[in-house]
Write a protein of this length. Sequence first.
Length: 248
Amino acid sequence: MPAIGAYIIGDEILSGRRQDKHLTALIDILSERGLQLGWCQYLGDDREQQAAAYARSLQTDDIVFSFGGIGATPDDQSRQAFALAAGVPLLQHPEGIRELEAQFGAEAWPNRVRMVEFPQGARLIPNPVNRVPGFSWQHHHFVPGFPNMAWPMVRWVLAQVYPDLHAPRQQTRSFLCHDARESVLLPLMEQFVAHYPALRLSSLPHSIDPQQPKPPVIEFGVTGPAAEADTACEWLKAALRADGYHLS
């Protein structure tokens, strides 16, 4: 199962002028197939910075979705950055030109056609909103920054390029352990990880207000296929109860 990663592009996100919505949307889209996002990186509109990031992910087998930065305005640098990272030229894509001409007619020229100057060897990702395509290059997939375009295009890539990429749906089982401290429970958590290496254990201490001291509480979470997560969660609960902890 390859890792799945995401680049989310734009100075407007890093500056706070816009709030990113792609991260949670991609997580939800992947979860429909039982898949999980392995990593995510936010990048500004800087060609060299983006090229360095793409060069790193090109060295892996990760499936990568990149959101934004593929337009034709000066702040859009993702097409150029990826071509630089891949070591290939930007070329006008013939199918892309036909899509733009079908949508915009003569107004596709001379500026809109710059949006289909893609790295050599790119494949189109159809855009269901305005026919301005994104592109794929090997296992990297580039979609616009507009959510109403990007998310259907991600679903199209998954359906067309990775039709068999599914995993058992992941479930998280969680509970509270009262009057508990992580430092004391570290050996038990390490025992759990050794016993259930395919599952994910999370330990989230509830915040403590010094002005209103309360007994410490840890929220434990066990994530994995439902049956395995249930079994492992019961094992952890039994171990904690055996040590005298109250759970809820």
